[in-house]
Design a protein around this ligand. Sequence first.
Ligand code: SF4
Ligand code: SF4
Length: 113
Amino acid sequence: MPRKAARKGLLIQYEYCTGCHTCEVACKQEHNYPVGIGGIKLNEIITEKPDRIRIDYVPFLTEFCDLCAARTRRGEKPSCVKHCQAAIMWYGTVDELAKQMADKPRSVIQSPY
Ligand code: SF4
Ligand code: SF4
């Protein structure tokens, strides 16, 4: 029986995400997506406290993310990972990313398929 390929995904340490939207632009340019379509979407989460407001930026993969299959086949990083301005995105197998995640408290692993 053929061995199933390890599931791949992205680790995003959103603790340091600045909300710059560069990952969205990099994805659109790589895939030439039309307006309104993209493989990643930045979410803004606002938490109101009595003395302050906290804003977290958390990018999420959409159904249009193919994990940059053409690029990764050539041994290149996904476009969003390469261009992330805060260098807080990593591509790999979900198992590898889970190990990396251990010392990154505010982070998420996402795998679109
Ligand atoms: S991995 Fe590629 S397809 Fe997926 S969001 Fe990043 S740039 Fe877009
Ligand atoms: S490029 Fe990096 S820092 Fe900028 S919004 Fe995307 S994940 Fe956040």
